[in-house]
Design a protein around this ligand. Sequence first.
Ligand code: GAL
Length: 948
Amino acid sequence: MIDGQRKVIWSSEMHAFRLPSPDLWRDVLQKMKASGFNTVAFYFDWGFHSPKRGVYDFSGIRDIDRLLTMAEEEGLYVMTRAGPYVNAELTRGGFPGWLVNQRSRARTDDPDYMAAADEWLTQVHAIIRKHQINGDGKGNRGTVILHQIENELALTTASQRRYMDHLYAKARADGITVPIFHNDQGRNGYWVPEDSKVEKVVHGPNDMYAFDGYPGGTCTVGGKVTRGSAAPDWGYYGPGGAKGGASASPNTPGFLAEFGGGWFDYWGSNGGYECNARQRGKRFQRVFYGTNLANGIGIQSFYMGFGGTSWGWLPAPVVFTSYDYGSAISETREVREKAEELKQLGGLIRAVPDLAGMIPAGAPTISSPNIQVYHNKSPETDARFLMVTHKPSNGQSDDRFTVAADLPDGRYTLPMQLRGFDAKWLIAGVNLGGQRLVYSTSELQALTKHAGGDLMLLYGRTQEPGETVLRYASEPRVTVLDGQVTSTFASNGDLKLGYTHGTLARVRISGGGRPDLTLLIGDEAEGVKFWQEGDMLVRGPALVRSGALKGGTLALTGDTRAEEPLEIWAPGAIRRVTWNGVVLPTRAAGGTVVATQPLPAPASFTLPTLKWRAAPGSPETAPGYDDSKWQAIDTRAYASITARPDGQPNMLMDAYGFHEGDVWYRGRFQGTPAAERIQIYYGAGGSGMIQVFLDGQLIGDHELPSGLPRPITTGTATFTLPEAARTPGEHVLSVMLRNNGHNWDLDADDFHKEARGIVSASIEPRVGPSFSVPIAWKIQGRAGGEDIADPVRGVANSGGLDGERRGWHLPGFDDRAWKATVPAAAGTTWYRSSFDLAVPKGQDATIGLAFGDTTKPRSTGRYRVLMFVNGWNMGQFIANIGPQRVFPVPEGILNHRGRNTVALAVTSDGAPENALEAVKLVTLRTVRGGIPVAPVAAPTKPSELKAD
Ligand code: GAL
């Protein structure tokens, strides 16, 4: 209940940290709102804010306060999910880098761990507190309605219970007053509220029980969608029957903190996001989300609503740069077709508050064994929800049937069709404005006010017949303004309208003892052309973001993909309409306002060809390289869960303050006949790698495997040493190691503390007695270590390549001394290109970088690229692993109307067949409209970085 009103909470998730351009947060929030959501869920990533113990940053791209304000301004409720652990396919599941050096077990009540977690919680709670719907007691208020502690904590020991108690108490002590929940990783009954008095569950301190679910088939390797399972009955209609079922929490509202809105994709796949978008897309949403709603799950949040980009070193080893997720809003910020279906479903939820708190109303009589109907009623108003789907719900047959049910206005038989995998969300016996809907076989998308009366927008599957029955005191006057609609009036007061769903039909009904009613009836394609803004309906544009009616002027903002029409249904008079600030010529037509010329289309624009300058980037390999300032490897405390051979020093990168990206090791040894081979045991995440040089020559490289569900993240590389190693005198090994992220800690077993960096290395004879040549090692990583050199771009942005340490990735670096080409060499070569963009004003586009042949998931060449756009590390391309070859870069990072610089750090063995392929700029999406996006301010010159 919010302000005394029962509500269905209809939510989807976004991660602001996966869109490092704060102005665009609003773009996504507006698209979520326009897609029918009333709530947004946010994870916060502790590690993103904390480069070092005691150091926290909530500015710029980390400005959570601004994010929560925006959500409020856009009219969305918020669920905050602040960890300390969040998972989310993030490196360390959101834990900060420095936490892997803590020996005490994470996600327990170990005091050291809890003290670290409290540091973060104190900071983040202070911001969330001000945005709670209940206020913070100091005059601040916002739209946060629910707050999550921890994430899928499935270890339920006494220590974990004490930890959960602590998290709850900490939130309360820090002024969090909204209800607190935790998300069980399945409907297991973990951390069910104490006072629920259910048996066979694990109790916790929470106010609400919530769980996560990702059911319903997969995408096959060939990119085909499977509908392998029916939607589960996780509530009223499941085993146990009660809300939440016997094994969960019957006394708290049904609550899915995460339900599949797509799925993540992984290194080495064939590229699954488009398939994920279809698999958990149109139709799936009706069937699965509808089954949840029918089962009494009144709070649903879809993970993800907008996935975004795991730029820089954000990703956990399981995922690559794109976190598109197949979600309703794509990584390029496209409103996908599935978002349009969500708009229709969300429209119903908005129009019919009676849907909140419904309970089963008894099975109707169905003429087909292939069909089931979930029939619910409101205990307060008796309004009905009939969710019509196949039995089982993943059935795909075409069926014609009837549904006979005792509805509030009498017993009725509804003629129906269901063609293929689908569900229909019908309502009956419900008051809508001043009208009484007896039933409709069409679905309701919107209820607004129009011309002194009510307006209903109904839709159905194209070419299917539909009927709508409304109740009147006496026979009303029916005027069909457009289309073919028949009507009959019965003595019981029922006005029955009959039609076929197709192009938009318009009907006006007056008299009969009710306010006037405008009925708009079309097929789904007609329905999705409509956007609701307050009490207005707007038809035509690709997106309507906002509509404010003031003094007779309606100011609309939105996007067009092409020339698009505009028509407006409003409750009162509109004298003037502006579209994105420009006055539109309009005329009044049959009670609506119509633009007399189409809204303008986006103009086309061209992208420049990239021209490169290059420089060699691995000076660390040279035998004479000066590493005197590097840290010597020593025997400092070892906190990793990875066992290492006895008596070894601590070689792990994290122990030296280097948590992200690349590190270099240099090791000196005396040449000896025993130096026949080198074995290096290392950890580097999925698809992580090392390159090993001896006295300046590459002796080999090694890549860790990719793959699901747990990629292999450590491995041993063995290389034969060249003759040179056996010659007397000092030799130098240079090892570049790329850490593709720390593991998540999904199972609360400290998996995030698996070794990163070299664990152990030995130079030894190929056969014979175990003997190892002593090596004196040094290590170097990103500038400043935990005292990061670029706090504006932050933790995720930089690793320890020499070029990064020198600021070669920054737009203001002077590359005039660089050459058009450099000889191919093993190691890393840098390329830079500066260019101007001129996206037409008033247009929103998503521009990306594309590598080589984008029709294939991988190349035959073996190389990898870190791409920096105006200094921002926007991701990693691994040519031989894939699948991602096109990397969207958000505006704000890219300057759409001015100068830009791209820097690429390309790592390979130097063989010609492993060279960088053609790189070009590509336009991935363009609309006229959008919102103003300021460039994200950050250091541009190397001299602006903090000294090492
Ligand atoms: C959930 C988890 C999320 C995310 C999701 C898969 O189990 O809570 O953080 O990892 O799985 O994308």
